[in-house]
Design a protein around this ligand. Structure first.
Ligand code: DGL
Length: 273
């Protein structure tokens, strides 16, 4: 069992921010990633659609025999609340571990949350924060264009378009004097530098991919599922759109190239139930 892979999915490339951290924290683990690149973005779709997509994504990973599923997607973690009960293997989304890290980080009790529209409208991070400490003040902002910027490779901190969109979305957050900002969508760490340049160094950015990777390591440890072999784990990547475009951008996310490890699948053919 312990040599089975960890399954990770996202609507597109964003979940690779979690994969990058998983490789650091658990180098011996095998990882199977699914990015639903043909149906991205999820963040402005209905609850019914997001739930259907999430089940298909999880079922695909189950068909590969994974031992743990990570929804490395703020939108799925916020909206597909029924997913964990439906799965026969342990599961984590990104909301709880990220909210916990933000609560420990804040000094002035002012936390900002940015995510997709579906995530922000669900109030998921806000609820998790207030459940832990109800004296914290929370400011939320949906930033759907950040997903498009990242998926299309507009990620440089010096890019004028990136700077403009960051300023447009985050001016109010800056004015509210937050000291901690949750990057509640796994695409956002890719433009963290531009966000940090705008808000200033005193604002701590909480990366949902990173916090979730650390949390997943704890789940595996406490369930006796850690891979104890001393070999370096293998990663395979599956996408629902073209392999070529994924290869190009994945390299930026992961900091290394992926070639033969990427394959295409038809996600619409995977069962929803
Ligand atoms: N990376 C995703 C998230 O965390 C999805 C972005 C999207 O598909 O809209 O929300």
């Amino acid at each position: 069992m312990s040599e089975q892979a960890i399954g990770v999915f996202d609507s597109g490339l964003g979940g690779l921010t979690a994969v990058k951290e998983l490789i650091k924290v658990l180098p011996q683990e095998n990882i199977i990633y699914f990015g639903d690149t043909a149906r991205v973005p999820y963040g402005n779709r209905s609850e019914v659609t997001i739930n259907r997509y999430a089940r298909q994504d999880a079922n695909f990973l189950l068909s590969k025999g994974v031992k743990l599923i990570i929804a490395a997607c703020g939108t799925v973690s916020s909206v597909a609340a029924g997913l964990p009960e439906y799965l026969p293997v342990p599961f984590t989304g990104v909301v709880a571990p990220t909210a916990a890290a933000a609560v420990s980080s804040t000094r002035n009790g002012k936390i900002g949350i940015i995510g997709t529209s579906a995530t922000v409208n669900s109030g998921s991070y806000k609820k998790e924060i207030l459940r832990r400490n109800d004296r914290i003040t929370v400011y939320q902002q949906d930033c759907p264009l950040f997903v498009s910027l990242v998926e299309n490779g507009f990620i440089s901190e010096n890019d004028e378009i990136v700077k403009l969109v960051v300023e447009r979305y985050l001016s109010e957050m800056k004015h509210n004097n937050i000291d901690t900002l949750i990057l509640g969508c796994t695409h956002f760490p890719i433009i963290a530098k531009a966000i940090s340049n705008f808000l200033g160094n005193h604002v701590r950015l909480i990366d949902s991919g990173r916090e979730t990777a650390l949390f997943a390591a704890n789940i595996l440890g406490s369930s006796g599922l850690l891979n104890t072999s001393n070999h370096i784990g293998q990663c395979s990547y599956f996408v629902s759109d073209t392999v070529e475009s994924f290869r190009k951008t994945a390299e930026i996310f992961l900091g290394k190239s992926v070639e033969d490890e990427v394959a295409h699948i038809n996600i619409e053919q995977v069962a929803v139930q």
